[in-house]
Ligand binder design. Structure first.
Ligand code: GCU
Length: 679
C-alpha cells in the first residue's frame, strides 16, 4: 500500500493507453550530455521515473538516434547544432527550454538550460508532463522562475522539536550528523528540486546560537554538500545575541567594532566550509527575541551589520518584519509598518525584508500586509506559512493555494492600478534584482512528511507559486492530484473540488466575516474567543473581536486604531466605508451593530450564525465527497483521509458551537430558525 512517502513523485504506470504508446514512441532512449553531480542525479531520476511511468526501462544512449530525449547545457556537444545560446538567452541561470526538434535528421526531444540547476528543473518539468498525461509531440516550452530566492523556512530546533510543526520531529538528525546521512535527505532535496525550491533555512527563527559553533557547522556542511547538486543552498538563522552567547563578548551592539569583527570572522568561517552558503534569516526584537533595539539601534543597523559580513561572499540577509511588542499599546497589526516604513532606503543592497502575507499572523483570512508597496527602495520578500498553525494543524484538510493567491493577486495600488503584491515581491514593480518567497515548512519525519496526505499539496503549491505566481490554484491542484492520487477524470475533479472549497469552508467555521485570532491562545488549534483566559494586555484591552452588547468587530478606521491609514488611498476606500467593505473583511476593519443589514438581507448576527453553520455543514460535504472515492484511490490513503475528515467535521461543529454560543452571550439574540438543532 501507498504510505505517502513518495509525495508527488510517484511515477506510476501511465494509465491512458494512447498516451502510453505515444510516450514510448517518443522516448526510446535518453542522453544526458553532462558529467556534473547534478547530471548524475538526473540520470537516476530518469531511470526511476521512466521505468515507472512507461512500464519498461528506457536505455541511456551514446548519441542522438530516433526518439532520443536529449539533455544538456548550452555547451553540450550533442546539442551543438541547435543554436542553444540563442534559445536560452532569456531563461537565466535557473530557467530551461523543452522542445521537439531534429538532430542528425532524427526526431528528438531536447531539455536544455544555461546551468545545471536549470537542467534539473527542466527534467522535473518534463516528468510532470508525463505524470499528468500531457501531450509531448509539439513542445516549445520556455520557463524562468519569477522570484530568485524560493526558500523553505524550517522552524526546527536543535533538539528536533519543530515549532508549530505537526508532522513529527525535525528531519535534521543533528545528533548523528555529519557522519550518518539519512537517505531521506536526498528525497527531501528531490522533492524541493522538482518544484524549483532553491534554498532552505535549516533552523528556527527563534534561534539557538549553538548552530553557529564549529561542531554544528560541520553538520550543516554535510547537509549543504548533499543539497548542492540539487540546486539547493543552505541558510541559517542568526541569533542576534550570538556574539555574547558563543563569542564571549559583553555586547551584541551592531555598531560596536568588536561585534562587527566577530560576525565577519564567523561568516568567513562558515564560507570556508560552505562556499555557497546562502546567508542569514533573522527574527529580532519580536516576541522576546534579542535585536538591535536592545542597544537603541534600529532594524537597519542590525541587518546592515550582518549584510556587510556576508557581502564579500555574495550572501544575503533576510530580515523579518514580523515585529511586535505586546506591551506597546498600539494595534498589533500596525507595528511592523510603523517600525519598518521609515527605514526604507537605509538597508544594504543584499538585505531583503521578509514580510508575512498579512499584518497579524497567518490567520485563515487576512487582508494583505500594508508594507507591500510601502517600501519601494527595499526588496520585500513574501513569507507564507505552509504549516497550518491557525488552520487546523495537520488534522484539517485545507488547501492553501487559494490563500496564497488571494494575497499575491491583491492590488496595493502603490504605483497605480495593477501594483499587485506579486509584482512587489517578484521585484518587477520597482526593478529590484533581489526577490524571494519564503514558506514556513510543514515537513517533519512522519512517514508521509506533512502529517495530512493533502497537506503535501501545500508544500507543492508553495514551490510552484514561488516559481510562477501566475499559476492558478486550480491548475496547481489539478497537477498535484494527478501526480499524487490518480489521473482518472472523475477522481481528479472530485478531489480538486474538495481542495478548492476547503479554505473558504475553514474560514467559515473558524473566523467568518473578518474575525481573527479567536483560537486557543497558545496552541492556536481549537476555538478560544473568550477573553477571560487571555494572559496578555494586547488581548484583553484591545482584544481583536471586541464583541459587546451592541455589536462586534475591530474598528481599524479613523475612529478606531486607524490601521487603514497604512494602505494606499484606493485600498483605504475599498474598506473604509462599512457599507461598501467586502464582507469577508468586515469585522477586521469595522465594529458594527448586531442588527446591521448584510448583503444577504440578514442581520449581522443571523449572517454570522449562518456562516458558522454553513462552514460546519460544508465540512460534512467534504466528508461525503471523499467517501465516494473508495476503491478509486489507494486504500490506505483513502482511509487515512477519511478518518481525518471525520475529525475535521466534528471539530467544525465544535468551532461553530463554541463561537456562536459565546458571541450569543453578547448579542443576546436567538439562533436563527432552522439552525437551533444540535448535530
Ligand atoms: C507566530 C507563532 C510563533 C512564531 C512566530 C514568528 O506567532 O505562533 O510560534 O515564532 O509566529 O513568526 O516568529
Amino acid at each position: 500500500a501507498e504510505d505517502g512517502y513518495e509525495l508527488w513523485l510517484r511515477y506510476s504506470l501511465v494509465t491512458d493507453q494512447q498516451k502510453l504508446n505515444d510516450y514510448r514512441n517518443t522516448i526510446k532512449g535518453w542522453l544526458v550530455d553532462n558529467n556534473s553531480p547534478t547530471a548524475q542525479i538526473i540520470r537516476k531520476e530518469l531511470q526511476r521515473a521512466l521505468t515507472g511511468l512507461l512500464g519498461k526501462s528506457v536505455p541511456e544512449v551514446k548519441s542522438a538516434t530516433e526518439g532520443t530525449l536529449l539533455i544538456g547545457t548550452a555547451n553540450a556537444a550533442a546539442l551543438s547544432s541547435l543554436d542553444l545560446k540563442n534559445r536560452l538567452k532569456n531563461v537565466g541561470p535557473e530557467g530551461f527550454v523543452i522542445f521537439n526538434t531534429k538532430v542528425n535528421n532524427k526526431n528528438t526531444l531536447v531539455i536544455a538550460a544555461n546551468e545545471d540547476a536549470g537542467m534539473l528543473y527542466g527534467v522535473f518539468h518534463f516528468l510532470r508532463m508525463l505524470q499528468t498525461h500531457q501531450p509531448i509531440g509539439k513542445l516549445a516550452i520556455e520557463s524562468t522562475p519569477k522570484t530568485k530566492v524560493r526558500i523553505l523556512n524550517h522552524w526546527d530546533n536543535l533538539d528536533r522539536t519543530v515549532e508549530r510543526g505537526y508532522a513529527g520531529f525535525s528531519l535534521w538528525d543533528w545528533h548523528k550528523l555529519p557522519d550518518h546521512i539519512d537517505p531521506r535527505y536526498h528525497d527531501y532535496a528531490r522533492a524541493n528540486a522538482s518544484i524549483g525550491i532553491n534554498g532552505t533555512v535549516l533552523t528556527n527563527v527563534n534561534a539557538n546560537a549553538l548552530i553557529l559553533t564549529p561542531a554544528y557547522l560541520k553538520k550543516v556542511t554535510a547537509l549543504a554538500d548533499l543539497f548542492r547538486p540539487y540546486g539547493i543552498r543552505v541558510y541559517l538563522t542568526a541569533r542576534f545575541s550570538a556574539p555574547i552567547e558563543i563569542g564571549g563578548l559583553k555586547t551584541a551592539d551592531p555598531l560596536d567594532a568588536q561585534v562587527q569583527e566577530w560576525w565577519k570572522r564567523k561568516v568567513a568561517e562558515i564560507y570556508k566550509v560552505i562556499p555557497d552558503f546562502g546567508g542569514f534569516l533573522v527574527k529580532a526584537n519580536s516576541e522576546g527575541q534579542p535585536g538591535p533595539q536592545n542597544y537603541n539601534r534600529n532594524h537597519a543597523d542590525g541587518a546592515n551589520m550582518l549584510a556587510d559580513a556576508v557581502k564579500p561572499f555574495n550572501g544575503i540577509v533576510m530580515w523579518r518584519a514580523f515585529v511586535y511588542d505586546n506591551n506597546v499599546p498600539v494595534d498589533r497589526t500596525k507595528q511592523a509598518y510603523n517600525e519598518f516604513k521609515p527605514l526604507d532606503g537605509t538597508f544594504r543592497g543584499n538585505v531583503m525584508v521578509q514580510v508575512k502575507n498579512g499584518p497579524l499572523d497567518f490567520q485563515p483570512r487576512e487582508p494583505f500586509h500594508p508594507l507591500f508597496g510601502a517600501m519601494p527602495s527595499t526588496p520585500l520578500m513574501m513569507e507564507f506559512q505552509i504549516t497550518q498553525e491557525y488552520l487546523g494543524f495537520a488534522t484539517h484538510l485545507v488547501y492553501l493555494a487559494p490563500l496564497f493567491k488571494e494575497c499575491l493577486d491583491a492590488d496595493t495600488h502603490a504605483k497605480g492600478k495593477g501594483s499587485t503584491v506579486a509584482r512587489v515581491i517578484d521585484g518587477s514593480l520597482e526593478n529590484h534584482t533581489l526577490s524571494g518567497m519564503a514558506g514556513v515548512a510543514n515537513i517533519g519525519n512522519d512517514r508521509n512528511w506533512c502529517g495530512h496526505p493533502v497537506a503535501q499539496s501545500n508544500w507543492y503549491s508553495f514551490g510552484r507559486l514561488a516559481w510562477d505566481h501566475t499559476l492558478s490554484a486550480e491548475a496547481i491542484a489539478d497537477e498535484w492530484v494527478r501526480m499524487t492520487f490518480s489521473n482518472n477524470v472523475a477522481v481528479v475533479s472530485n478531489i480538486k473540488n474538495i481542495m478548492i472549497a476547503s479554505r473558504d469552508i475553514t474560514v467559515k467555521y473558524m473566523t467568518p466575516l473578518g474575525l481573527h485570532h479567536i483560537m486557543g491562545w497558545n496552541h492556536h488549534y481549537g476555538p478560544g474567543p473568550w477573553i477571560k483566559d487571555k494572559p496578555r494586555a494586547d488581548w484583553t484591552s484591545v482584544y481583536y473581536h471586541q464583541a459587546e452588547e451592541k455589536g462586534i468587530g475591530f474598528n481599524r478606521t479613523t475612529s478606531g486604531s486607524n490601521a487603514l491609514e497604512q494602505y494606499q488611498s484606493p485600498v483605504q476606500q475599498l474598506y473604509s466605508d462599512p457599507e461598501k467593505c467586502d464582507e469577508r473583511y468586515l469585522l477586521w476593519f469595522h465594529h458594527v451593530s448586531w442588527d446591521r443589514k448584510m448583503k444577504s438581507g440578514r442581520t449581522l448576527w443571523d449572517e454570522l450564525c449562518h456562516q458558522y453553520y454553513q462552514g460546519a455543514d460544508s465540512a460534512k460535504w467534504m466528508q461525503q465527497q471523499w467517501n465516494t472515492l473508495e476503491g478509486q484511490v489507494d486504500d490506505a490513503q483513502f482511509r487515512f483521509v477519511k478518518s481525518l475528515l471525520n475529525i475535521q467535521q466534528q471539530e467544525a461543529v465544535w468551532w461553530r458551537n463554541a463561537c456562536v454560543l459565546y458571541f450569543q452571550t453578547f448579542s443576546k439574540k436567538p439562533i436563527p430558525p432552522g439552525f437551533e438543532k444540535p448535530d
